[in-house]
Design a protein around this ligand. Structure first.
Ligand code: SF4
Ligand code: SF4
Length: 447
């Protein structure tokens, strides 16, 4: 071959190209069920904020039908179009053809990321830190030590702070500080026997509950103890993997799941319990969708774990059958935001309301569009903060319209986004997890 007829240099070695081609074919098979009805458009929060067809599922599916060609033409632009999505599942929940949209989007992101490669910073975070829980905890502990020098407490009901020196990076975001002591530092591995006839729950607090809202993991323990539930809390737990997978890093996702399978497979339990809606939905819905990445033995454990996964509100109502008579006492007004991963992915919406309506000293008020996404979407809010704020502002306006004293949610990621929106607007409204409010109503239980 002469110098000027040489084949173009490909960015990937041949083995990776073969894997990429196989994933592209797999994706093609999943796309055929979309009939282009457009029902997904009206429910998409990103489309609602941008009014761009490329942002809605139908537009993204059109892009994916020619993915190989689009990647070769302009992979960065494909990456941007795919990432302009909250992975909220609103489209999937409303799709009459049952298109497995979340699965498709996650696979497509991993294809594009496989072609482009991970950014150096994500490589450090996902492949250096996240897969090494001890190192990750140490890094967060170091960050917590220095955060006092960098952040300014807003002294508001939402409990947020800001980092004025880093506003160019944070977008002047209002956020909760890292906890003084993460949950794992105060509560080590636990094995507690169940009361007669009560189930055993393995507790998966999730990264955000562990490092930012440890009071939430403590509240979950208080609920379990009040109801004499057996508790299995293994140490060395890993992230559920969704931040890596959503960024297209399927390899790290698989490694994190694999590590969690090994940790949780060491003891028998009836339920895998988490106070994080995103972790619950990831374990229940996303893990099984990628089962082909695991050995047959791992697949069996994965299936069992995903079937046992449950969030704390559904567990309290449906499994523990907690007595929750509707309270007539009134008091502080509380409204509820439906986390997408709880409502749309797991169909849990009545249980948290049932709990809130039973709590003494609180009056439950329904907000308009309670089930509309808050605009968080994990890394979406970091990459597309302007869009995220626009979606979040609508959530904030809906919250404020019912004049609550506090807003409850069942997902730590939603809590952070709502805190940001309320704090930005100077609203004097607290943000709490439903489990915290329920645990506060229980007497005589130590966590
Ligand atoms: S609602 Fe479902 S079938 Fe209709 S366009 Fe959207 S993804 Fe396709
Ligand atoms: S997952 Fe949510 S943000 Fe993404 S396309 Fe579907 S409805 Fe829109």
């Amino acid at each position: 071959m002469s110098a000027n007829t040489q084949a173009p240099t490909l960015p990937l070695p041949p083995r990776d190209i073969t894997a990429l081609a196989a994933t592209l074919l797999e994706l093609d098979d999943m796309l055929v069920s979309c009939m282009r009805c457009g029902f997904c458009q009206s429910v998409c929060p990103v489309y609602g904020a941008s009014l761009r067809e490329a942002d809605v599922t139908r537009g993204k599916i059109a892009l994916l039908e020619n993915l190989a060609r689009h990647i070769i033409t302009d992979a960065e632009s494909v990456n941007d179009k795919l990432n302009r999505c909250l992975l909220c599942g609103s489209c999937q929940a409303n799709c009459p053809s049952g298109v497995r949209i979340m699965d498709i989007f996650l696979r497509a992101r991993s294809i594009v990321r496989g072609y482009l490669g991970l950014s150096p910073i994500k490589k450090i975070i996902f492949r250096g830190l996240l897969v090494r829980p001890g190192l990750f905890d140490g890094f967060m502990s170091l960050s917590k030590t220095f955060q006092g020098l960098l952040i300014k407490d807003n002294h508001n009901a939402a409990g947020t702070c800001q980092a004025p020196l880093f506003s160019a990076i944070t977008g002047n975001r209002h956020f909760p500080a890292l906890a003084k002591k993460p949950f794992h530092a105060t509560t080590h591995a636990l094995k507690e026997k169940a009361g007669s006839g009560r189930p055993v729950a393995a507790l998966f607090p999730g990264c955000v509950s562990d490092k930012i809202f440890p009071q939430l993991a403590q509240a979950t323990l208080r609920i379990l103890r009040k109801h004499q539930t057996g508790i299995f809390l293994p140490s060395g737990q890993n992230c559920c993997g969704i931040p890596a997978l959503a960024s297209g890093d399927r390899k790290t996702f698989v490694q994190l799941v694999r590590q969690n399978l090994a940790i949780f497979n060491s003891e028998p339990f009836d339920y895998l319990l988490t106070p994080c809606a995103t972790c619950a939905a990831t374990i229940k819905e996303i893990w099984p969708g990628f089962r082909e990445d695991f050995s047959p033995e791992e697949q069996a454990t994965l299936k069992a774990m995903s079937e046992k996964a449950i969030d704390i509100t559904a567990f309290t109502v449906d499994v523990l059958k907690a007595e929750l008579p509707e309270s007539a006492q009134g008091g502080r007004r509380v409204t509820y935001h439906d986390a997408c991963h709880l409502n749309k992915s797991l169909n849990v919406s009545s249980q948290p309301r049932q709990i809130l309506k039973s709590l003494p000293g609180l009056e439950f008020v329904e907000m308009p569009e309670a089930d509309r996404c808050c605009g968080s979407g994990g890394s979406f809010t970091l990459a597309y903060y302007d869009l995220s704020k626009k979606i979040g502002q609508r959530k904030r306006d809906n919250i404020v319209s019912v004049k609550p004293d506090l807003v409850a949610a069942a997902c730590p990621a939603c809590m952070m986004q709502i805190m940001d929106m309320l704090s930005r607007n100077g609203d004097n409204i607290q943000v709490k997890h439903v489990a915290e409010l329920y645990a506060d109503s229980l007497s005589g239980v130590d966590s």
